[in-house]
Every structure is written in structure tokens, then in C-alpha cells.
Write a protein that binds this ligand. Structure first.
Ligand SMILES: Nc1ncnc2c1ncn2[C@@H]1O[C@H](COP(=O)(O)OP(=O)(O)O)[C@@H](O)[C@H]1O
Ligand SMILES: [Mg+2]
Length: 313
């Protein structure tokens, strides 16, 4: 069986709005992606970039104007494929007079799962999301973080192979975010494929194998996180006792930046492009200075994100 869980080719969605249906919004513009089994993929983009539209297209809730896609080997919207998907929408409305156990029992019955099997599964799922101790407490008394984990539990009732998660930790405090992330990591360990839409970069940085950056409906970048983060190719040297002469030699090279102050002899940081590494080390060592460290500098995901989004403005 193919290893590809999601594949889209030229997937495009245009919304038409207004009384006369004259205003068109290109929400997704020819999206081509392939997501492999077991992968945790992060689709990142600012608000309005087309993330939720992508998920709705993948689920077959809306139809594309152009292009096509497959999910778990079936056409978008196929019922068999949907049976193997768990979807956590951007906003979950749960019946808050139910307990977590009752909620999962209800959802399980909608999938036609037998009561014996439901009992077996629900215990495991609540344990996984850290709500086993609150299984018989009404959702109305849950905290926001607990509610979001209950919503995630609901998406796991059918033991899905693929999880589509729309801004799953948005609005949660750092502890709530971490608790959700821990569950994602456990699901990843179980071999599930995770497709996560988010504008929270730290979240993607911590759990995703690969990310894509979406802006105004266009996929601007896609790749392994490590590859994207090392794109800058710059180096930082920390040195002490940089004398005036060395300082002036370094300052003459326009691509080099020197941060430090002569009264604090240990605090010099010299940043430059990696092709200058030998020149910089020669200059620093020709004086009385000592090199403390030489480090390649990785770009943060935030820098990549802002650069990508701003270049598209
Ligand atoms: N049902 C809709 N009707 C008209 N425009 C929509 C609809 N849903 C989304 N849009 C527009 O499509 C663009 C992408 O929206 P969306 O997919 O929700 O982005 P994101 O999830 O990244 O915030 C936005 O400009 C949004 O206003
Ligand atoms: Mg959205």
C-alpha cells in the first residue's frame, strides 16, 4: 500500500461573496502537497491564509473550484476514508451537561462501535489525554485545557489513522498547550499521521517533522524543519580581548557585525556569513584576542515565517 496519506494537486478554492456574488476571494491557490504515513506535518500561516479552507477541502466539506486530492488512498470526501480520520475543528462545541465518558460513548455509538468495544476504548483514550480521573465529571466544570483535551479525545473514538487538527492549542495557557502537545507526541509514537494547522510557531517547532508556510492561499515554503532552519548559513564567533586594531580590521568588512564593548573584554560577538569564517578567525587570531566559540547560527522559525510572509506582501 502507498505510503502517501494525503496528496493534493492544484487544489484551489475561491469563495464568492456579496449580494451580487461579485466579490471573489481566492482562499487557496493551487496547493500541491504530499504527506506520508506517520508524519507530523504543520501547515503554518497567519489568520486568513487558507488553513481551515485546506482542511475543509481535505474532508470534503467543501468542493474545490480546481484541482483534486486523495486522502488515505480515496478521493476527497470518501466515506471509507472519513471513517479513518479524526478531525478537531477550530472551535469545538461540546454538550457540557455530559461527562467525558458519556460524550465519548455517544460519539462511539454514532460510529456504530459496540458497547463492549466502546467501554474498552474510552478508558484507554481518557487515560491517553489525561482525563481518566475526571471521566465521570460533567464537562461544564472542566477548565479550557481539559475541554480541549476532551474535544481531542472525541476525535480519537474511531481509532483514526490520520488526525486533522485545526489550531488545536490556540487560546490555551502554556501548561494547557504543553498537555495537548504531550498527547500529540504519544499519538505520533503510535504511528498516527498528524496534519496540524497553526499560527503558533513554537508548537510546530516542537512537534513537526515537516512544515509548510501558507500565505494568502499560496504555499510559499515547504520542507523539513531542520533544513528550513539552517537556511541562513551564518556563523557567530565569541571572542575576548579584541584590541582596537583587530576591531578596526573587522569593521572594514561590510558583511561583518561586531557587538561588544572594549571595557568588557569578554563580550565580543562577531556575526558573518559562513564563507568568511577563515578570514574572521585569521584576523581575530592575528591580534591578542582569544576565540571562545565558533557557532553556526540557525534561523528561528519565527524569522523564516516573518521573512516569508513579508516578502509576499
Ligand atoms: N465561507 C466563506 N465565505 C467567504 N470567504 C471565506 C469563507 N471561509 C473563509 N473565507 C475567506 O478565505 C480566506 C481564508 O480563510 P481560512 O481558510 O479560514 O484561513 P485561516 O484558517 O488560515 O485563518 C480568508 O480571506 C477568509 O476570509
Ligand atoms: Mg482557520
Amino acid at each position: 500500500m502507498s505510503n502517501i496519506v494525503i496528496k493534493t494537486v492544484g487544489l484551489t478554492k475561491e469563495y464568492v461573496i456579496g449580494m451580487q456574488k461579485k466579490t471573489k476571494i481566492l482562499a487557496l491557490d493551487h496547493l500541491d502537497i504530499e504527506i506520508n504515513k506517520g508524519e507530523t506535518f504543520g501547515l503554518l500561516g497567519p489568520n486568513g491564509s487558507g488553513k481551515t479552507t485546506t482542511l475543509k477541502l481535505l474532508l470534503g466539506f467543501i468542493s474545490p473550484n480546481e484541482g483534486q486530492g486523495q486522502i488515505l488512498g480515496k478521493q476527497l470526501g470518501n466515506i471509507e476514508a472519513k471513517n479513518r480520520i479524526g478531525y478537531l475543528s477550530e472551535v469545538s462545541y461540546l454538550y457540557n451537561y455530559l461527562t467525558a465518558w458519556e460524550l465519548l460513548d455517544f460519539c462511539g455509538s454514532l460510529f456504530g462501535i459496540s458497547s463492549i468495544e466502546r467501554r474498552r476504548r474510552i478508558g484507554k483514550i481518557l487515560d491517553l489525554v489525561g482525563l481518566a480521573g475526571k471521566a465521570h465529571v460533567r464537562l461544564s466544570s472542566y477548565s479550557k485545557g481539559m475541554l480541549q483535551r476532551a474535544a481531542l479525545a472525541q476525535t480519537l473514538v474511531n481509532d483514526p489513522d490520520l488526525l486533522l487538527l485545526d489550531e488545536p492549542t490556540s487560546g490555551l495557557d502554556p501548561i494547557g498547550q504543553r498537555e495537548m502537545r504531550d498527547v500529540f507526541l504519544k499519538l505520533k509514537d503510535q504511528g498516527k499521521t498528524l496534519f496540524l494547522c497553526s499560527h503558533l510557531l513554537s508548537e510546530a517547532e516542537l512537534i513537526c517533522d515537516r512544515i509548510g508556510i501558507l500565505h494568502k492561499g499560496t504555499l510559499k515554503k515547504i520542507g523539513k524543519l531542520d533544513d528550513l532552519l539552517t537556511m541562513k548559513h551564518s556563523v557567530k564567533v565569541r571572542a575576548m580581548n579584541i584590541d582596537k586594531e583587530t576591531h578596526s580590521k573587522l569593521s572594514k568588512i561590510p558583511e561583518i557585525s561586531v557587538v561588544g564593548n572594549e571595557s568588557d573584554k569578554s563580550a565580543f560577538e562577531i556575526s558573518f556569513n559562513e564563507n568568511l569564517v577563515n578570514d574572521v578567525i585569521d584576523i581575530v587570531r592575528s591580534g591578542n584576542s582569544q576565540i571562545l566559540s565558533v557557532m553556526p547560527v540557525k534561523m528561528s522559525l519565527e524569522e523564516i515565517f516573518v521573512e516569508t510572509v513579508e516578502s509576499g506582501e
